[in-house]
Design a protein around this ligand. Structure first.
Ligand code: BGC
Length: 419
C-alpha cells in the first residue's frame, strides 16, 4: 500500500470513530487547476479527507497550468452570483476579491486552531484582509528549480550546472549529443517562470524585489535588466522548435523519458516525477536554477473562501479550511504535489531529499534576505502588472529579432501603465 493510501485509510478509520453528531454534512465546491498527474493526486487527497468527514466534494477543475483559465471562469461564476465555496486564489488577488466583498471570514477556525502560531507571518499577511483570515494557505512551492535527467547528463559528459555560464556550456554539449538541452512549453506563465529564475540569477534578490515587488523604475529600466533579457534569450535558445502550445507537464515528461535533459520549473514538476514512481538523486535531479543557490522564489497556493448562504455548506467550508492546515493533510498533499508544508513545525524526515532541501532553503533564505516572491505565480504583484510583464516576456520569446534594450523599454512602459 502506498503512503498516500495508508494515510488516507488511517484518516478514514479515525473519521469513522468520530461521534455521529460531529458530522454535519454539507457540500464544498472547490475551484482549482490541478489536473496534471501529480496535481490530481494531491487534489484527490483533499477530496478524500472531506468525504471521510461526511461532506460532498464538488470538483470544479479548470485545466491550464498557472491558473489563468481558472481565474477567467471564476470571474464569470462570481459575477453571476454563484461562486464556489473555495477557489484557488493567490497572493494580491486575495485582497482584490475580499475588497469586492466576495469572501468570508475564517477567524473562528483560525483562532480555534492557532493559525497565527502555525503560519509564517509573511504568508499569514497575504491570507488576511483587514486583519481577518479570508483564505487558507495550502503549501509553499519553490519556483527556482532545475530538474534534470542524470543518465542524459552523464552520457553527454556534463555535470548539473550551477551558474548560467555552466548551463550554456552543458547545453552546448547536450545539443552536440543530440538531446534537447531545455524542455519548455508554450504558455506566457512558463516563459515568465524561466525569466524570473534568470532575473534572480542576474540581479540577486535585492534588485529582483526592487524591480518586481516595488517596481522601482531605476532598476526596471536599467542595463541590468537588459542583461536579464540577453541571458534569458541565451537560455531560451536551447529550447526545441516545437515548444509552442506545449503544457508544462509534457515538458517534464520529456525530461523523464530522456528526450530532453533539463527543465526550469517550480516543484509541482516533482509531482510528475513522484507520480511516475521515480526517486530523486537516483532517477532525477533537483537543483537550484543556475545562479540561484540559497535563494528561494516562493509561490504559495491558497484557497479563498466565498460567502455562502447555506449553513451546512458553510460548516463544510470551515471543515475544509481546518483540514488543510492539519499535519496529516499537509504531509499527504505536499508529498504528492511536490511542495513543502506551509507549517514550519512539521517533521520533514519522511519527506524526500528535494523537499528537505527546499525547507532548508526556505528557512535560511528567510533569514539572509534570499527569499523573494514569484511574480510568475502571482505572489509579487497585482494581476494587472503581472499580465503586462507576461506580455512583454512572451513577445520577446516569440520574436526572432531579439533586442534586450527594446524589451527593457517595453517592460518599463508596460509596468508604468499598470501601476
Ligand atoms: C500553482 C501550482 C500549479 C502550477 C501549474 C502554479 O501557479 O501554484 O499549484 O501546480 O501553477 O499548474
Amino acid at each position: 500500500m502506498n503512503i498516500l493510501k495508508k494515510t488516507l485509510t488511517a484518516a478514514a478509520i479515525s473519521a469513522a470513530l468520530l461521534p455521529a453528531t460531529a458530522v454535519q454534512a454539507g457540500e464544498v465546491e472547490v475551484l482549482h487547476w490541478w489536473t496534471a498527474g501529480g496535481e490530481a493526486r494531491a487534489a484527490a487527497a483533499l477530496k478524500e479527507m472531506m468525504e471521510e468527514q461526511g461532506h460532498t466534494w464538488k470538483d470544479f477543475a479548470v485545466a491550464g497550468g498557472g491558473g489563468e483559465a481558472a481565474m477567467t471562469v471564476l470571474k464569470t461564476r462570481a459575477v453571476s452570483g454563484n461562486p464556489p465555496a473555495a477557489a484557488q486564489i493567490k497572493g494580491l488577488d486575495i485582497q482584490e476579491w475580499a475588497k469586492l466583498g466576495f469572501l468570508t471570514s475564517l477567524d473562528d477556525v483560525a483562532e480555534a486552531n492557532n493559525w497565527d502560531q502555525l503560519i509564517p507571518p509573511v504568508i499569514a499577511d497575504v491570507m488576511k484582509y483587514e486583519g481577518s483570515y479570508v483564505a487558507v494557505p495550502v503549501n509553499v512551492h519553490r519556483v527556482n528549480w532545475l530538474w534534470a535527467n542524470p543518465d542524459v547528463l552523464e552520457k553527454a559528459g556534463v555535470k548539473v550546472p550551477t551558474t548560467l555560464d555552466e548551463f550554456y556550456k552543458a547545453a552546448e554539449k547536450l545539443e552536440a549529443a543530440g538531446v534537447i538541452p531545455l524542455a519548455h512549453g508554450g504558455q506566457p506563465w512558463q516563459d515568465a517562470t524561466v525569466f524570473e529564475a534568470v532575473a534572480l540569477a542576474v540581479m540577486g534578490p535585492e534588485d529582483y524585489a526592487r524591480a518586481f515587488v516595488e517596481h522601482d523604475m531605476e532598476v526596471i529600466n536599467s542595463p541590468m535588466m537588459e542583461k536579464v533579457f540577453s541571458e534569458f534569450a541565451k537560455v531560451m535558445s536551447y529550447v526545441d522548435d516545437n515548444a509552442a502550445g506545449r503544457d508544462w507537464n509534457t515538458a517534464t515528461a520529456m525530461v523523464i523519458r530522456g528526450d530532453a535533459a533539463m527543465q526550469i520549473m517550480g516543484d509541482w514538476a516533482k509531482g510528475e516525477f513522484t507520480a511516475a514512481g521515480l526517486t530523486p538523486g537516483e532517477d532525477y535531479i533537483c537543483a537550484p536554477a543556475p545562479g540561484t543557490a540559497g535563494e528561494f522564489t516562493f509561490n504559495v497556493d491558497s484557497f479563498a473562501m466565498f460567502s455562502l448562504d447555506d449553513d451546512e455548506n458553510t460548516e463544510a467550508q470551515k471543515d475544509l479550511a481546518r483540514t488543510i492546515l492539519e499535519p496529516e493533510f499537509q504531509t499527504v498533499f505536499n508529498k504528492a504535489k511536490g511542495s513543502i508544508p506551509v507549517r514550519t513545525d512539521m517533521d520533514m524526515s519522511n519527506f524526500d531529499a528535494c523537499a528537505q532541501a527546499s525547507m532548508d532553503a526556505f528557512k535560511s533564505s528567510a533569514k539572509n534576505g534570499g527569499l523573494v516572491p514569484s511574480f510568475a505565480h502571482g505572489l509579487a504583484t497585482t494581476s494587472y502588472i503581472q499580465g503586462q510583464i507576461f506580455d512583454v516576456v512572451t513577445n520577446f520569446v516569440n520574436t526572432d529579432d531579439k533586442d534586450p534594450a527594446r524589451a527593457t523599454d517595453q517592460l518599463a512602459a508596460a509596468i508604468k501603465a499598470a501601476m
